[in-house]
Design a binder for this molecule. Structure first.
Ligand code: DUC
Ligand code: ZN
Ligand code: ZN
Length: 472
């Protein structure tokens, strides 16, 4: 089966140029002007449109068991919604319970993900430590294609890592040539602030951001960076939401340390006034961690993206519907943390990033796809429009508009944090390894079409870091 995307402008991480793109089977077979149409080829007219690498969302939580419930988008519905918005790969998280063997958790997540409609990889979270964890990190890395490990510095009495676990696991990552990643919030401080707020009678969603102020995130980001510096490992910090975290990254990078930063589409746009809305469902619908921040932080995050201190955009896609959020009606600490976004990230980044002149189209490709592929060792199979690469492509109409709404989105959630925003820049066609999964509003995602992506260890920046620090 072959498809010719004809007459579009290819945009990759470097530049834009007019070319046809021929897909044969699951791969890109040819790129060039006026390509011949082999017999039996389906032709998609991309006149006036852009042809870009499909988005990679490096941070999702499909069907995550969390805070007493389970995230409502599963690997099928969540990846299908991603395809509708131009995202063709995700990196999700295996999160073992403390004391649970890593391999057991990994197999569980692999089973859940078999229904995915788009390709997926896994980071594995380190939530406890003993010899078996040390051993299984090696097994996951060498046999199962896991080349990044996640550390939650928050969620005390659940999945939080203390400094001892961080140091052990970062050291093991260095031995393996794997990349450590962190959720940077000081869980001890969050725990204490939550308790104090509830004791003062502040039990509504407005307490959520009060219990997780920017300094709590800045402290953890800085601590993780300094631990990484002492041990000599590169580091990736997920969902940076505020100026103190950004400053910690900028300072470390300015000193030559290799630190990568991720920002969520939501944190670029939404401010903390949402938590003061008297409608519980609305306020609780925005409860995620780290929380949305006062306005000045959004401008700083855009600047961080432009300056190159932040490298990837993600969503932390983790859906909970209103009845699930209601678990925290009388106590904000019990509201399941999580918001959706996989379907809207690309449009939001295009509209507010490219549309405002903050990003060029190639910079858009870098921060929505190519950088994630390069940092997490999926490149050039993913993140590139190149002969031989997987045909994960989005045909993008930069002039079309749509209004985002929970009433029309494909995500399995009754709420949308971008509700009512009209965005310009729309995916008209999305290909997942050659399969046309989204065509002009028609979602043709196929359950189980997605494949697990094994990722190699090491890579250029891991090697460069070894030479720079002498570690490993
Ligand atoms: N933050 C969330 O909001 N949800 C899932 C996990 C996380 O760190
Ligand atoms: Zn997190
Ligand atoms: Zn997350």
């Amino acid at each position: 089966m072959s498809t010719l995307i004809r007459g579009g402008t290819v945009v990759d991480a470097e530049h834009s140029y007019r070319a046809d793109v021929l897909i044969a089977g699951e791969r890109i077979a040819a790129i060039g002007e006026d390509l011949e149409v082999p017999i039996g080829t389906e032709v998609i007219d991309a006149g006036g449109q852009l042809v870009m690498p499909g988005g990679i969302d490096p941070h999702t939580h499909m069907q995550l068991p969390f805070m007493g419930t389970v995230a409502s988008d599963d690997f099928y519905s969540g990846t299908a919604a991603g395809l509708a918005g131009g995202t063709t790969s995700i990196i999700d998280f295996v999160i073992p319970n403390p004391q649970q063997p890593l391999m057991e958790a990994f197999e569980t997540w692999r089973g859940w993900a078999e229904k995915a409609a788009a390709d997926y990889a896994f980071h594995v979270a380190i939530t406890w430590w003993d010899e078996s964890v040390h051993r299984d990190m090696g097994l996951l890395a060498s046999e199962h294609g896991v080349s990044s490990f996640k550390h939650f510095m928050a969620y005390k009495n659940a999945i939080m890592c203390d400094d001892e676990v961080l140091v052990n696991s970062f050291s093991r990552c260095i031995e393996l040539g794997a990349l450590p990643t962190v959720h940077a919030e000081n869980g001890e401080l969050v725990f204490r602030l939550q308790k104090a707020l509830v004791e003062r009678g502040i039990t509504g969603p407005e307490g959520h951001p009060m219990s997780r102020p920017p300094a709590v995130e800045g402290e953890a980001a800085n601590r993780a960076i300094r631990i990484a510096e002492v041990l000599g490992t590169p580091l990736y910090i997920v969902h940076n939401s505020c100026i103190p975290a950004l400053q910690a990254i900028a300072r470390a990078r300015g000193e030559g340390q290799r630190v990568f930063g991720e920002v969520l589409a939501g944190h670029l746009l939404i401010d903390d006034s949402v938590y003061r809305n008297p409608d519980f469902e609305f306020a609780a619908g925005h409860v995620m961690s780290p929380p949305f921040r006062p306005k000045e932080h959004q401008e700083a995050l855009w600047q961080g993206l432009q300056a190159g201190h932040l490298h990837t955009t993600a969503t932390d896609h983790c859906c909970f519907c209103a009845p699930q959020k209601a678990a925290g009606k009388d106590d904000f600490t019990k509201i399941p943390n999580g918001c959706a976004g996989i379907e809207d990230r690309m449009s939001v980044l295009w509209h507010y990033g490219v549309g405002s002149g903050r990003l060029t189209p190639s910079e858009f490709v870098r921060v929505t796809s190519t950088n994630a592929a390069q940092i997490f060792n999926l490149y050039p199979r993913k993140g590139a429009v190149a002969v031989g690469a997987d045909a994960d492509l989005v045909v993008w109409d930069p002039a079309a508009s749509r209004t985002i709404s929970a009433k029309t989105h494909h995500q399995n959630i009754d709420f949308n944090v971008f509700e009512g925003r009209t965005v310009t820049g729309v995916a008209t066609h999305t290909f997942s390894r050659g399969l046309l999964a989204w065509a002009n509003g028609d979602l043709r995602a196929v359950r189980g079409h997605g494949r697990y992506l094994k990722r190699p260890l090491g890579g250029d920046y891991v090697e460069a870091n070894r030479r720079r620090t002498g570690a490993g």
